[in-house]
Design a protein around this ligand. Structure first.
Ligand code: TXA
Ligand code: MG
Length: 431
């Protein structure tokens, strides 16, 4: 029987989904025996098991998933191109996690089968959306011009906006970039796989459509096991913009991709919620001074110890298409419901039809819906939940939503950059 393993301290949440209980096995380490006995009396329907190392149960196929306290699911699933045989997926809600276990009850078989199937679709020139640690990407074979054209069509993206090419191994850089500079090499060593895109001189072989005619190409190696396995199995470098329609908020769950691209693409590989949650840092290396074209999780603080001086490209106006990076267009990442950036969200406390994005619990109640991007000013959590929260409020038919900027440090710089782009420039309405 395939079961979902639950550490005992999650049990209180697990009862939220009755239907999942049939396949739930509660495991606990010996030091939590007291707590386990307490819960066992409360929930006699659950089988309980004491174990030092729950991972061995996954490995031996006695259970499918380990549900963590932080809404993660861990499973045993060795994949070609991935170091650890244990994969961990993140979810925003317990319901999403439970749905995942039902969709893929035998991950060690289900996921490799899907990856093989979807890799073949990619190799055949079809489009497949896949999870990365930042946001979901809409992938197509970067060496197949028809496939790349299809990406632009599915997204309704203008051809002047170039794509990032994703690789699973450094050897795939051959034929993509003209050369790997010493600087690039150091950055790849340090940050790949990871949320850093490098813009370098392109190899003459790369089709113009990929780079929007530019002499440079943007490349990254994503830190998501499913992405790495999929790219490796396809045997191709994979061009992949964020898997949303042009101008809209990037998707951070498979469901987000489905909402916007279903029917337009061949498949969506579901890997739960993206752990970083905002797009990669785009760093130009072909310029005299390395220049951040789009801020992301990896910022000046991380880059300058390795590079010395690092510049930040100016973020320009809405109609300027001659930018260093066209993704710098001012109006981008925007929800349908207007988002206003305000100094103090408390003035909207009594508005029923105004949604509020909060970065910490400010101890007051709002009449309208509230989405916490973090409860305690944790900016990494805020990045992870940002687009998910914006989409949640956006789907509620509200008059508008409000949010304040975060402290301008670390990943907060990137979050604020996205908030400014998502926000409307119109005058702020009152309640
Ligand atoms: O995290 C990410 O980067 C995600 C995931 C899927 O990897 N991808 C992503 O792609 O955000 P996209 O297409 O939504 O954004 C790519 C950004 C755009 O701003 C584009 O203009 C810029 O990278 N870019 C791509 N190639 C470039 C180049 N040769 N020179 C300058 N900017 C480039
Ligand atoms: Mg995008």
């Amino acid at each position: 029987m395939h079961t979902t393993l639950v550490p005992v301290s999650m049990l209180v949440h697990c009862t939220a989904d009755e239907s999942a209980s049939a396949t739930m096995l509660v495991v606990y380490p010996p030091e939590e025996r007291g707590e386990a006995e307490y819960y066992q009396k409360l929930y006699p329907a659950f089988p309980f098991l004491e174990t030092e190392n729950p991972l061995t149960l996954l490995e031996e196929g006695k259970a499918s998933y380990l549900l963590g306290r932080d809404l993660t699911l861990t499973c045993y699933c060795p994949l070609d191109g991935v170091d650890s045989p244990f994969l961990t997926f993140l979810f925003h809600t317990l319901e999403d996690a439970c749905t995942y276990t039902r969709s893929y009850p035998n991950p060690a078989q289900d996921l490799p089968r899907l990856i093989k199937e979807y890799a073949k679709l990619l190799a055949d020139g079809k489009l497949v959306a896949f999870p990365t640690e930042t946001v979901y990407g809409l992938g197509g074979d970067a060496t197949n011009e028809e496939a790349v054209k299809g990406i632009f069509a599915a997204k309704e993206r203008p051809f002047f906006d170039p794509l990032i090419v994703h690789i699973a191994e450094l050897s795939q850089l051959d034929g993509l970039v003209a050369e790997v500079s010493e600087q690039a090499h150091v950055l790849m060593q340090q940050f790949w796989p990871g949320p850093l895109t490098l813009v370098m001189k392109k190899h003459p072989q790369v089709a113009d459509i990929v780079t929007a005619g530019s002499e440079t190409i943007a490349v990254r190696m994503p830190a998501n096991p499913l992405a790495l396995a999929l790219i490796k199995a396809s045997g191709k470098p994979i061009a992949a913009p964020s898997a949303n329609r042009f101008g809209y908020t990037s998707p951070t769950t498979a469901e987000h991709v489905r909402e916007q691209l279903s029917g337009r693409i061949a498949a969506i590989l579901d890997g739960g919620a993206c752990t970083v949650g905002i797009e990669s840092t785009v760093l130009a290396l072909h310029t005299k001074i390395p220049t951040i074209l789009r801020p992301g999780k990896i910022g000046v603080q991380e880059l300058s110890p390795l590079l010395g001086e690092v510049a930040l490209a100016k973020q320009a106006g809405p109609t300027d298409t001659k930018l260093e990076s066209p993704g710098l267009l001012e109006s981008h990442y925007a929800p349908t419901t207007p988002l206003y950036l305000v100094d103090d969200v408390r003035q909207y406390q009594s508005c029923k039809d105004v949604g509020v994005l909060l970065f910490e619990d400010i101890g007051i109640s709002f009449q309208g819906p509230v989405a916490y991007i973090s409860e305690d000013k944790d900016s990494e959590t805020a990045a992870m939940r940002l687009y998910w929260a914006i989409r949640k409020l956006d789907g509620m038919g509200l008059r508008f939503m409000v949010c304040s900027l975060l402290p301008e440090q670390g990943i907060g710089v990137a979050i604020n950059n996205r908030l400014r782009k998502a926000a409307t420039k119109k005058e702020q309405p009152s309640c």
